[in-house]
Design a protein around this ligand. Structure first.
Ligand code: BES
Ligand code: ZN
Length: 859
């Protein structure tokens, strides 16, 4: 395996890697959490192999007290002396006698704290309807936090079986990865719950959850019983997750040609959760918004989120849990696949949701980062835990999934599936690297996959493919170069193996061509005179296209001959070229006006996304002209749809109505839409049965945008006593959408005063940074409270909060200087990317800002 510089990475040694002198085969772990004092005590018996004679055993441990450690061998006990090395997150156990090669048993007793940082073994709290506080103890180990709960070989390659025993209050539920083996009463109100052995798996997948949980009646998911687990009172919010859970688990068993590797599956909603969800084998944990949902009142987008996350985690039961990357440099083998498989399953479940088309938005989000100089390759060297954490980004997930989709479409779906099934079968219960995947795909398809894919996985950036007329109008010159937002004169030339799907209209008709562009340029010869040409047919390619003016005009005149995803691509590519300075803004604005008849939701998302970017760079003076343009472009489409859904209308159109109303009522500052929104909201408050679930989220945003203090108080109250997790989230984030500074300051204060969970506070701060009315104040607030924020918020959320700095155009030098001295525990690459995106916005404003008002005023 090679990284960007060509250095071997799989052998990389660093002070964070454990010596392989001793390795575990089975852990027997007994834990007793104290939910009152927020502590736990534990005891583990680990079957290990001594691979070379040694006088010390080194394993990971962090923020643990080790009370004793000893080795048992042939009936004799050898006491050990544990020495903690906090900097390297490990413990070294010294022995006075040499341990000879062979098998033995290691016993360790330890204690720790149930922390409130949402990692390791942590506590989560909630209040019941009577206002009483309840505590849950739960785990989050990925990437490297199992070591906070029990001493272990905390590296994905060191797979072992786990038998977990939990000692808990008799009235509490206890859950772990495998099904329960036995339960007995210990007296003093305590019970001991023993779980069965797991399959051999990595430490980051171990989980234990304790609290007053309830569970749905198990449903059969292809042989395994599946339940949804939740804190009391939320049973009505479980059926949707149970449905997609059972569907996707069966779908994957079929697709992979392998049965589900666990013996049961619990989907567990945790009140405080740092990310969206975590694929612990057999005990998947979720934040509540990603699992519990009311099918009747949730918007389609909110339902899709639950379907996405549940499918994603279920896909991991094979991709990640059964077959695991050897090391964190290969995390894309987990996350890109789970993301790809998530789309496949949801698309199969609800084809009318057109999940692969909305994936276009995610692909574009990945390109927004991958077009930076500070991007990285999908596979990337990792040494430290911080570097491992930084890998969970849009390049691993969205770029990774997009290049898989490109490969799948190029190979053919069935050929691809066969290769994947082979890969899983070959490496089950073990670990694999990227090269193993290419081996399996090449073996099953006899196609040269490695050459093609290495250019996407090990190389950073992506190409922009330029198309120009050639010859006598019967040929095209097609060339590739790297796409950059900020030109990089020093960069070496790069090429990719680009699977081009070309559709050409000539005077003889339309034809489609599959071309693998491996060189810098090629010439395509058509049969007749070319009328128009499109290079990314179907929109599956991870590249952007740019057309010479006559070809772009021809496409613009023939929009109706393009599929929605292709129109999306045209808008998205033209906009990216505009931000990169490859085209004038005037061209984009002209193009946008061609789309007033557009009916596809994703094309609208691309258009509205561009307008909200313009809102970010516009001066306060130009903002009114921008709002007028938004009304000009989106107004007619909304008028056609009206507020009232039509009988027989599809779900995406209903969602589009909400999106258009939302954009007009905020970006478009449309007074009529705002007052109609207020009327509708009042009506639906009185009669909730009448409300339209796809418009409701837009109403909340519009009312916040145009709202006063009374509205703020009403929304705050709604946030405090929500009916569903989605409603809570909706009203919370609306509090960042008001425009009055004194109200926004109240929201700012809420990010630290305990009113907002730390799982949400950093994201709320992110929204405040993007609000043009308070962005600079939000930034000052962050600078002032940085230390407190880094102490309180989950580590993984900080870089996401900081993404909001891309809007701080007037403070670029200061923002950059701040991060020079405040880099602690943040993925440095990720911060560099945010800062470069800020520079991109500043450069764009320098080019187009002065003209913006005049351009927008033009008809
Ligand atoms: N394995 C991740 C959870 C995770 C993320 C652990 C970051 C450690 C660090 C999980 O499978 C995941 O990808 N969750 C996503 C949701 C998913 C639908 C994209 C998340 O949490 O955002
Ligand atoms: Zn994942």
């Amino acid at each position: 395996m090679r990284d960007q510089e060509g250095a071997p990475t799989s052998e990389a040694t660093s002070s964070y890697r454990l010596p392989k002198t001793t390795t575990p085969t089975r852990y027997d772990i007994r834990l007793e959490p104290d939910l009152v004092n927020f502590t736990f005590s534990g005891e583990e018996t680990i079957a290990i192999s001594v691979n070379q004679p040694t006088t010390e055993i080194v394993l990971n441990a962090l923020e643990l007290e080790i009370d004793s450690a000893s080795v048992e061998r042939a009936g004799a006990s050898i006491p050990g002396r544990p020495e903690l090395d906090a900097a390297n997150e490990r413990v070294k156990i010294h022995f006075d006698r040499r341990l000879e090669a062979g098998d033995c048993i290691l016993q360790i007793k330890f204690r720790g704290i149930l922390n409130d940082k949402l990692h390791g073994f942590y506590r989560s709290q909630y209040q019941d309807s009577a206002g009483k506080t309840h505590t849950v103890a739960t785990t989050q180990f990925e990437a490297t936090d199992a070591r906070r709960a029990f001493p272990c070989w905390d590296e994905p390659e060191l797979k072992a079986r786990f038998r977990v025993t939990l000692v808990v209050d008799e009235n509490l539920a206890a859950i772990s990865n495998a099904g329960q083996q036995s339960e007995r009463r210990l007296g003093h109100g305590k019970k001991e719950v023993v779980f069965k052995d797991t399959i051999p798996m990595s430490t980051y997948l171990v989980a234990f959850i304790v609290g007053e949980f309830e569970a749905t009646t198990p449903v059969d998911a292809g042989g395994a019983p599946l339940r949804v687990v939740y804190v009391p009172g939320k049973a009505p919010l479980t059926p949707f997750a149970a449905q997609i859970g059972a569907f996707s688990l069966k779908f994957f068993a079929d697709y992979y040609g392998l049965p589900y590797p666990g013996d049961k599956l619990d989907l567990i909603a945790i009140p405080d959760f740092a990310s969206g969800a975590m694929e612990n084998l057999g005990a998947i944990t979720f934040r509540e918004t990603a699992l519990l949902v009311d099918e009747k009142t949730a918007s389609r987008a909110e339902l899709e989120r639950v379907a996405d996350v549940v499918s994603h985690e279920n896909a991991h039961m094979w991709f990640g849990d059964l077959v695991t990357m050897r090391w964190w440099n290969g995390i894309w083998l987990n996350e890109a696949f789970a993301t790809f498989m998530e789309m496949l399953a949801v698309d199969k479940w609800k084809p009318h949701w057109k999940r692969w088309e909305s994936f276009g938005v995610s692909r574009a989000a990945a390109m927004a980062v991958d077009g930076l100089r500070s991007t990285r390759s999908i596979e990337f060297t990792v040494h430290s835990p911080d570097e491992a954490r930084a890998m969970f980004d849009v390049l691993t997930y969205e770029k990774g999934a997009a290049v898989l989709r490109m490969l799948e479409q190029y190979m053919g779906a069935e050929e691809f599936r066969k290769g994947i099934a082979l890969y899983l079968r070959k490496h089950r219960f073990a670990n694999a690297e990227t090269t193993d995947l290419w081996d399996a795909l090449e073996e099953s398809s006899s196609q040269p996959i490695r050459k093609l894919m290495d250019s996407w996985i090990f190389q950073q950036g992506f190409p922009i493919v330029a198309v120009e007329p050639a010859g006598d109008g019967r040929a095209l010159k097609i060339s590739q170069r790297r796409f950059y937002y900020l030109p990089d004169a020093a960069a070496p030339a790069q090429t990719w193996h680009v699977p081009l799907m070309l559709r050409v209209k000539t005077d003889r008709g339309v034809s489609t061509h599959k071309i693998l562009l491996t060189e810098k340029e090629t010439t395509f010869q058509a049969q007749g005179k070319i009328e128009w040409a499109l290079v990314n047919e179907g929109g599956h390619g991870f590249y952007r296209a740019t057309y010479a003016p006559p070809l772009l005009d021809a496409l613009s005149r023939n929009l109706s001959e393009l599929k929605p995803i292709e129109r999306f691509g045209l808008v998205s590519d033209t906009w990216a070229a505009t931000v990169a300075g490859l085209r004038p803004l005037s061209d984009f604005l002209k193009m946008a006006r061609l789309f007033t008849q557009e009916t596809d939701i994703n094309v609208w998302r691309a258009l509205l996304g561009a307008f909200s970017y313009l809102d970010m760079i516009a001066s306060d003076v130009d903002r009114a002209a921008l709002a007028r343009t938004v009304r000009d472009v989106a107004g007619p489409a909304f008028k056609r749809l009206g507020w009232e859904p039509r009988p027989g209308e599809d779900e995406l159109t209903r969602q589009l109505r909400g999106n258009l109303a939302g954009a007009l009522g905020t970006l478009g500052d449309d007074a009529a839409v705002q007052s109609q929104a207020r009327e509708l909201y009042d009506e639906w408050e009185k009669n909730p049965a009448k409300s339209d679930r796809d418009i409701a989220p837009a109403l909340v945003n519009i009312l916040a945008y145009s709202g006063d203090a009374a509205r703020y108080d009403a929304f705050l109250a709604k946030f405090k006593s929500p009916h569903t997790p989605q409603e809570e989230q909706r009203y919370l984030f609306a509090l960042a959408n008001f425009r009055d500074l004194s109200l926004l300051r109240r929201t700012m204060a809420m990010t630290l005063d305990g009113q907002v969970r730390t799982q949400n506070a950093p994201y709320l701060m992110h929204s405040l940074l993007l609000n043009t009315q308070c962005r600079y104040e939000a930034w000052d607030f962050i600078r002032k409270n940085w230390d407190e924020m880094t102490k309180k918020y989950p580590d993984s959320a900080l870089p996401r909060m900081c993404e909001g700095v891309i809007s701080l155009l007037d403070r670029e030098p200061e923002v950059k200087a701040f991060f020079e001295t405040h880099r602690v525990r943040l993925g440095t690459k990720i911060i560099d990317q945010h800062l470069e995106r800020l520079s991109v916005a500043v450069a764009f404003r320098r080019r187009e800002g002065a003209n913006l008002g005049r351009l927008l005023a033009q008809e």
